[in-house]
Design a binder for this molecule. Sequence first.
Ligand code: ADP
Length: 642
Amino acid sequence: MTTETLSFGADVSRLLDIVAHALYSNRDVFLRELISNAADACDRLRYEAITKPYLTVDDPSFKVRIYRDPRTRILTVVDNGIGMNREELIKNLGTIAWSGTAAVMEQLGQSSSPQDKLSLIGQFGVGFYASFMVSTRVKVVSRKAGEDQTWVWESDGKTGFTVREAAPDEAKQLIAGRGAAINLTIDDNSSEYLLEEKLRMVVIQYSDHIDIPIFLGRGDGTDADNGAAQIPVNKASALWMRSRNDINDEQYVEFYHHIGHGMDKPMMTSHWHAEGKIEYTALLFVPTLRPWDLYDPGRKNATRLYVKRVFITDQCDGLMYPWLRFMRGVIDTEDLPLNISREMLQHNPVIQKIRTSVAKRILGDLDKLAQDNPMQYGAFWGQFGAVLKEGLYDAPEHRTDLLKVARFHSTEKADGLVSLTDYASRMKPEQEHIYYISGENIDNLRNSPQIEGFKARGIEVLLFTDTIDDFWLQSVLDYEGKAFKSVTKGDVDLSKFNVPANDQTEEKKQEPSKDESLRRLLVIIQETLKDDIGEVRYSHRLTSSPACLVAAENEVDLRMERVLRVHQKYETPSKRILEINPDHALIRRMASLAKAGSTGEDMADAAHLLLDQARIIQGEPIPDPADFARRLSYFMEKSLAA
Ligand code: ADP
């Protein structure tokens, strides 16, 4: 019998190191992970057996058995699920097959508290490796259902593992000759896991909802037939099929941990049974924390599909909208045949109906959460709002409901979020548009010159900071008939809005077009900057800044252009409009110089500086920083010398 020695993948080694040193705060989870894996393995075989009934003919009743042997200090978790062959043992237990692992590892290295680490690890399933928190050696005996060789995988959780064919007495560990037996040699600090009471408690606490019976026994399994071991420790019925009244919060949380592999608590739990055109039961959770792979294009849908209590897949693309991809949970329907192939699912009309119905329900529940607990909803929105907003252009049929639950930063609130309903209720009688400004940073947006005139008139401006905002705004044109309008695009006529009586700045205003010196200044700036900008005009939106940039009505908005440039979909930058503030002291000074006939270098330098500072405020690069510095130094020198 040959024994192969192999090394762990680099990620596994690092993970094991962390597991060994940092996770001692909650060691019970190792058992939960092992039972979870065992139950998943049973689920997978149950599905396979629908089309290949011979796979389970020897023993059609799935189960998990946990044995303890205080004498040898070995704790064993056995299942009669799908099992693993040699290649699968090497791949599944020797590497971490997920592209985002490196990023998570990075985070793990940085975060300090064990709780942080635990929750991070939970997000991509430390799973099996948690065994090394309590044991010095792990031996996995496994045989894949339908195959005839049994294999042994063994490791001390340090550098690597060995794989060999099982000896006949080792193979006997398996129930009905298939599945897996995980044998842990419990270390000296973890003796409690060799006590029946402890094991019973952990199983009840963490695995009561598992719908496969879990039995506790002693020794090498020889007491499997005695009366005590015939009664499962857990309830062994699918949690989602129980009535809501029979499930307590803790059980929901444990179930969430089981299916979501998360360590956080669910922020929202929705559990309902739908009857009528389609019949299904759903138990869905919104996580508290954002999963690491939320934006990973390869990320699969995490919601599990069951048909009549049989697990079908957790990779059903059409089951949930992509903008609800952060949800975890189970959907179980009566309306699909059990033997439906996974490939047929995505375009199945039943799946599509469930998707629509689930989205409607979840959006309704989110709206309710927003009303009942705005604080918590704000936290939810911070984590998942940007994802939900994808639905605004992706799913027009849910747009109304999505706009209802959408929240935004606003000039009306220094912190906290507003809804569009709030915004609409504060609109001025003569106001036709919902005004917004879009940019990367909320503080910069609040200080943007383009919103000065709005603030002075008490007109609320929404502040959009998610890249996605610029995209959904292309397809969502209005909210309840009020069109969205960017304050950095096109001309805005604020003259119809009254300025509060105590604002002196407005009184001085006169129509710039009637002022000869201002007219001349405009011509000079236009001429000087003709290669850089499309137009110069006097502004209605500025009150305290001298200048700002805006986009023409028919051009792409400023932020959108930056986004497109990053994604290289936009080569020639469009020419912007430079708006200048006729009431600003600097502009007035320039105007009087223009009137006096000055067209020289100073004027040109000042015009360039105006444009460059507008660019800087906008967060845009200055094309020629050296020129900018030269001009600035020149003016500084002059003013300091004066
Ligand atoms: P996860 O369960 O999050 O995928 P694990 O490290 O716990 O991560 O397990 C890795 C893989 O090993 C599982 O995805 C599964 O394919 C396989 N596996 C683990 N335990 C069992 C088992 N008892 N029976 C069959 N396969 C298993």
